[in-house]
Design a protein around this ligand. Structure first.
Ligand code: 5GP
Length: 194
């Protein structure tokens, strides 16, 4: 997606050869027109899938998930990271190891919002080692819902998450795929289709 790639080139900051900082438009300050375009692009790519819920994870997945849900006309759910003290029998939970923070969080989704028969699009801001997506996938399975695919704003193609999820036969659509962050430079793997 050219608009996203241009924004990454203009405002993304390469923190190391592993980490891209995009807090001026995605992870802290949010660029609403760009998020709207992201939502429209995901909705277009998955328009034939009969999606009933978009499932993301707090906090950086919320903006693109909401915009995608808006265009598709379906709710956006975000898994919560805080520990569940009460109502734990009414939650689906999974453990997710965070790549950027190097800590494991229990994520949870209320059983009220994800049910058998739902057709779910998992969506996140970044795909690195795939742990966040695996945790969300676990929750979709617990709910006996159907996964239609995984939508990623920025995939780090040099880390193993994308291949690991695709090897499971899951459709992964990433709007920008990074080939490398070496030498302080962003290199894209491929042009998106739009
Ligand atoms: P994974 O679970 O695929 O290893 O990592 C995905 C999660 O880690 C995303 O939800 C994202 O918040 C965070 N993440 C991974 N790599 C990066 C990165 O290079 N930059 C930023 N800003 N977040 C990242």
């Amino acid at each position: 997606m050219k608009q996203l790639q241009d924004k990454i080139m203009q405002d993304g900051k390469v923190l190391s050869d592993q980490v891209l900082k995009v807090d001026s438009f995605l992870n802290h300050q949010i660029d609403p027109p760009l998020m709207k375009a992201v939502g429209e692009e995901f909705a277009e790519r998955f328009k034939e899938s009969g999606i009933t819920k978009v499932l993301s994870i707090e906090s950086s997945g919320i903006a693109p998930a909401m915009m995608t849900g808006l265009v598709l006309g379906v709710p956006a759910i975000f898994a919560r990271k805080r520990k569940s003290l009460t109502m734990s029998n009414h939650l689906y939970t999974a453990d997710v190891h965070s790549f950027t923070k190097n800590e494991t969080n229990e994520i949870s989704v209320s059983k009220d919002f994800l049910k058998k028969g739902d057709k779910v699009l998992i969506l996140d801001d970044f795909l690195a080692n795939g742990q966040a997506v695996l945790g969300l996938l676990d929750i979709v399975e617990q709910a006996e819902a159907e996964l239609v695919g995984v939508a990623i704003v920025i995939e780090k193609g040099f880390q193993p998450g994308g291949a690991m999820i695709r090897e499971k036969g899951i459709r992964v659509e990433s709007l920008a795929i990074l080939e490398s962050l070496a030498d302080g430079k962003v290199k894209f793997k491929e042009e998106g289709p739009s």
